[in-house]
Design a protein around this ligand. Structure first.
Ligand code: SER
Length: 402
């Protein structure tokens, strides 16, 4: 099934159930503290909180999302990507758990024709009601697993609506690892759909609950790319019809996966007006581009290429500048790693401060080489540097670290 059919099947199903289709929200959220839209519900936050009235009490959408929390997993697993598309159904008081769960199961098995016996679910350990509802929907208890806050409680990561969730997984079979369900293996058991039962207001953390929503709400997110993996019979999220194959002449492997993933996300950010920078979204973009440049060099692509791939002169400039930094910094880092068998804090700091060689790259290279980085030492030098540059030397002379 093509991605466009995955979308149209979803919308046809929920249209029948009176859901109103809303266009995707901006990738740049209207929410302080949130860098990028990472879920379909972000644009609906005021509806959950009761601050604004939704155009219908049942909505649906498809939302491009960027999430870089899993950046280190790109190329290592088959299922992670820094950007993806999420189909969503939402209810603001008009229905709750029983309907959301029954419909999700029905759409997966009747609409997308997934084998029922391959579906597993996880529920929040305290949420006996959801556990019981899955049982009543004839999901065998040996395929219902209870997990904690980390897995089965959802929030935006900033103050706002939150609640327990239940996730639906598809068993891709033993080729992807040992049995035991999603609780033990999320590569074999692929998370497809997350059903969040929004009920509370999160404060500064997931354990800081500061109130209740005016009415219980539903927020579900079905990963288009993940479902496409299953329905198109491909092993890797970047092999679905939604991902453009970049640089087909280069050898497949983690580096090419990283390049393909990061260029896709960088393009999304660029199209939304983000420019490479040292802070916030600009830093996210810069980090993606820098990792891309490094992995292109590892693949043997020495010349400039990113400007052409992205069609963006700013990116070409970034590549030219960082290409030089990378060469110089890598040489220095190699030398120091050989000399010390580790990366001392002052070396990591010097690379960062004097050579513009980012700490995350130092960590990545050191990890690949199998040597430790003295991060405590690095951070204390950074703190010292920040303090001294905030309080410059009274004589105006540069400080030791400037
Ligand atoms: N907000 C939930 C998620 O992002 C469900 O849409 O997984």
């Amino acid at each position: 099934m093509h991605s466009h059919q995955i979308r149209s099947t979803f919308f046809a199903f929920f249209r029948e159930l009176d859901h109103l289709l809303i266009p995707p929200g901006s990738l740049i959220p209207d929410d302080e503290g949130m860098l990028l839209t990472g879920a379909g519900m972000v644009q609906f936050k005021p509806y959950f909180l009761g601050e604004r009235v939704p155009p219908s009490s049942r909505l649906m959408s498809t939302q491009p999302c960027v999430r870089t929390v899993d950046i280190d997993n790109i190329g290592r697993t088959t299922r992670h990507a820094t950007s993806f598309e999420m189909l969503g159904s939402f209810a603001f008081g008009s229905y709750f758990k029983p309907e959301a769960m029954e419909w999700a199961l029905r759409l997966l098995t009747d609409g997308y024709r997934l084998e029922r016996d391959r579906l597993w679910v996880t529920v929040f350990h305290d949420d006996a009601e959801t556990y019981d509802l899955w049982r009543r929907l004839a999901v065998p208890t040996n395929r219902i697993q209870k997990l904690g806050l980390e897995d089965n409680f959802w929030s935006m990561g900033v103050p706002g609506p939150a609640g327990p969730n239940t996730e639906i997984f598809y068993d891709r079979g033993e080729r992807f690892g040992p049995a035991g369900g999603p609780a033990v293996n999320k590569e074999r058991y692929l998370e497809l759909w997350n059903l969040v039962f929004m009920q509370v207001i999160r404060g500064s953390s997931d354990v800081d609950i500061v109130g209740e929503l005016p009415t219980p709400c539903v927020d579900t997110g079905l990963g288009v790319d993940r479902l496409a993996m299953v329905l198109q019979g491909v092993d890797h999220v970047l092999d679905t019809d939604g991902a453009r194959r970049l640089l087909p002449d280069l050898p497949d492997g983690p580096s090419l996966r990283i390049v393909t993933d990061h260029v896709r996300t960088a393009l999304l950010l660029l199209r939304n007006g983000v420019r490479p920078g040292n802070e916030g979204r600009g830093h996210v973009l810069r980090r993606l581009l820098r990792r891309t440049i490094r992995h292109l060099r590892l693949l043997g692509v020495d010349g400039p290429i990113l400007g052409e791939l992205t069609g963006d002169p700013v990116v070409a400039q970034e590549e030219a500048q960082f290409g030089r930094t990378l060469q110089r910094g890598s040489r220095l880092l190699d030398k120091e790693m050989r000399r010390h068998g580790r990366v001392p804090g002052d070396v990591a700091f010097k690379l960062h401060d004097a050579h513009g060689f980012p700490i995350d790259l130092t960590i990545e290279i050191a990890n690949e080489t199998g040597v430790p980085v003295d991060l405590d030492g690095f951070h204390s030098l950074m703190t010292h540097h920040r303090q001294t540059s905030r309080h410059p030397h009274p004589s105006g002379r540069p400080t030791a670290w400037a």
